[in-house]
Design a protein around this ligand. Structure first.
Ligand code: SF4
Length: 81
């Protein structure tokens, strides 16, 4: 079975704490104690955070978060299998 696989990337160090991602996609995004956005369940990879997602719905929700981020630090990418 072929399943769509994506990953969400968050370049957290450039977050300006606007809260837009957490407002539009609270299932995946929350604000941490320092007022920075946190991609729930993500792990640190090099200079950013990553979360694997499998469904088109999850992709769409996180793409909305990417679209509202004023500093363009959220990206949804297709994973190569
Ligand atoms: S929308 Fe972008 S800048 Fe705003 S809190 Fe989320 S990650 Fe940070």
């Amino acid at each position: 079975m072929v399943m769509a696989k994506y990953k969400v990337l968050h370049f957290k160090k450039d977050c300006i704490s606007c809260g837009a991602c957490a407002a539009i996609a609270p299932e995946y995004w929350e604000m941490d104690e320092e007022g920075m956005a946190d991609l729930k369940g993500s792990k640190k990879v090099d200079d950013h955070y990553e979360l694997d997602i499998d469904s088109e719905e999850a992709k769409a929700i996180n793409q909305e978060a990417a679209d509202v981020c004023p500093v363009n630090i959220i990206h949804v990418k297709e994973k190569k299998s």
